[in-house]
Design a protein around this ligand. Structure first.
Ligand code: IMP
Ligand code: MG
Length: 172
């Protein structure tokens, strides 16, 4: 049995998500935006966030991995599920669960530009800057957290714990 301990409560998370949604609503008053959710981890954050954005927006999903099966970064981006709508000339909000080394999100941002996106903003609910390898500008950030392995609010350990409503530190 793993030991799970709360770091951020459900109420704190939802309050922050509402703030980010309002900010995005204000920042893009006239602009059509496309939210691209990075699966699987950001599915819960995306579902909450998009309902706080008060414009009709497009939503698409992408699944990628920059590690392959190992925990050591290869720097290579593997697209496991690709976006199913055109992104050319669009303003994209790339929605992540957590930015750790920064490799995944920076490669995905490059990929969207390669597909012809006009602009790509990065939005993450959690940021773990201590292990950053690739500097990346985070345009919308929920919480900066310490270098702990965390689960809940979409984040998993061995595909479990994604359904926890709060963010927890897990001792493995
Ligand atoms: P990176 O920024 O390329 O290192 O990778 C970020 C991805 O690694 C995230 O999208 C998560 O899927 C995963 N990840 C990083 N830290 C954690 C954690 O503490 N718990 C669960 N998944 C994590
Ligand atoms: Mg992820």
């Amino acid at each position: 049995m793993n030991n799970v301990e709360e770091l951020i409560s459900e109420q704190e998370i939802l309050k922050k998500v509402e703030e980010i949604g309002k900010k995005i609503t204000e920042d893009f008053p006239n602009d059509d935006i496309t939210v691209v959710s990075v699966l699987k981890g950001s599915f819960i954050f995306t579902a909450d966030l998009v309902r706080f954005i008060k414009h009709p927006i497009e939503i698409a999903f992408i699944a990628a991995s920059s590690y392959g099966a190992s925990t050591v970064s290869s720097g290579e981006l593997k697209i496991r599920y690709d976006i199913d709508i055109p992104v050319k000339d669009k303003t994209i909000i790339l929605v992540e669960d957590i930015v750790d080394t920064g490799l995944t999100i920076s490669r995905l941002k490059e990929y969207l530009f390669e597909l012809g996106a006009k602009d790509v903003k990065i939005c993450t609910i959690f940021d773990k800057p201590d292990r950053r390898e690739k500097q990346v500008t985070i345009d919308y950030c929920g919480f900066v957290i310490p270098n702990e392995f965390v689960v809940g609010y979409g984040l998993d350990y061995n595909n479990k714990y994604r359904n926890l409503r709060n963010l927890c530190k897990i001792t493995i």
